[in-house]
Write a protein that binds this ligand. Structure first.
Ligand code: TA6
Length: 312
């Protein structure tokens, strides 16, 4: 079974702005739509789009939690979230103007789960997740959630024997590395934060990825529209460059990329196929307005145009 664990999911309020967003101007709204938000939840959308059975869990609450589950169930995602009393799942605002230069993301901090809910998630993981399962543990927890509690969840996931695909940042990523997840996907900035070094040249990224591959099977550093550099233990380091597309909103691209990697890994594709697909589906997401929208048909068209570089 494929699982996603999102500690601090969101309902994304996606607002289309007429023209280019400007300070001190009355920027007019063209449309407002609500979508699935939260990194692990987006990963789930890829599994369901491919018809792969999957379960989404994590913490939700209130009317926004109900709305999020509705949005996810519309995409055939099986939701088994822990409902946290007296909280409301956060709302993230995504502003998309007509610049084709990308979106503005404004995120609420989210509310902390109480200890009862926290323990219920640990119990669920211990009870349900098996060693043959694959788990995406994605996104930041609510502000103030301790790195210790975060690592306790990760340790509990590790103890099931399942393969952990991690998408984290800041102190959570730093702590998580010591638990040696199977996969990590920091962006360029998060990767440099993690290793505590400013990196300029591609060669420098490759060298640091190789070092991390001693502990982490797959290290993929996302570079925005520059694609990604991925090191696979024992197989070397590759560059994956997407075709040029007309960007509407890059919000969600990294999450959909992770969903692409996991889904193809689950389908036992080889490394180049895995990352070719992940790069193509992420590029498709960029051409869509909503945070979790992409097209498998468009993805197939993009596949041959993904450039792959095998670094020495
Ligand atoms: O990656 C996109 C996204 O999941 C948006 O949908 C929005 O919900 C935001 O990121 C949440 O990011 P955070 O790092 O706060 O979990």
């Amino acid at each position: 079974m494929l699982y996603t664990v999102t500690l601090n999911p969101a309902v994304d309020k996606v607002i289309e702005i007429a023209g280019i967003l400007e300070r001190e101007q009355n920027n007019k709204i063209k449309k407002v739509l609500y979508d699935i938000g939260g990194k692990g939840c987006h990963v789930s959308t890829v599994f369901s789009a491919l018809g792969l059975p999957n379960i989404a869990t994590g913490f939700i609450g209130g009317v926004n939690g109900i709305k999020l589950v509705e949005l996810m169930e519309e995409k055939n995602i099986k939701c088994e979230f822990i409902n946290v009393e007296n909280t409301n799942t956060r709302e993230c605002t995504i502003l998309v103007d007509e610049s084709n230069l990308g979106s503005y993301m404004v995120t609420e901090a989210g509310e902390l789960p109480d200890n009862r809910s926290y323990n219920k998630l640990l119990e669920k993981i211990q009870r349900d997740i098996k060693k043959e399962d694959i788990v995406a543990f994605s996104g930041s927890p609510a502000a103030g959630f301790s790195a210790e509690k975060y690592c306790e969840i990760l340790k509990t996931l590790k103890n099931t024997g399942a393969k952990i695909f991690l998408d984290a940042r800041d102190e959570y990523l730093k702590e998580a590395i010591n638990l040696e997840p199977f996969f990590i996907k920091p962006n360029k900035h998060e990767f440099q934060e993690l290793i505590g070094k400013k990196l300029e040249r591609t060669e420098d990224f490759i060298e640091e990825i190789r070092k991390l591959n001693e502990k982490i099977e797959i290290v993929a550093v996302s570079l925005g529209d520059g694609g990604s550099i991925a090191g696979i233990k024992g197989k070397g380091v590759y560059g994956f460059i997407p075709p040029k597309v007309e960007v509407l909103s890059e919000t969600g691209c990294g999450d959909i990329f992770v969903g692409g990697v996991i889904s193809q890994y689950y389908l036992k594709k080889d490394i180049e196929e895995i990352f070719r697909f992940a790069t193509a589906i992420s590029a498709s997401k960029a051409t869509h307005f909503l945070s979790s929208d992409f097209s498998l048909e468009q993805t197939s068209k993009y596949l041959p145009y993904v450039e792959i570089i095998k670094y020495k």
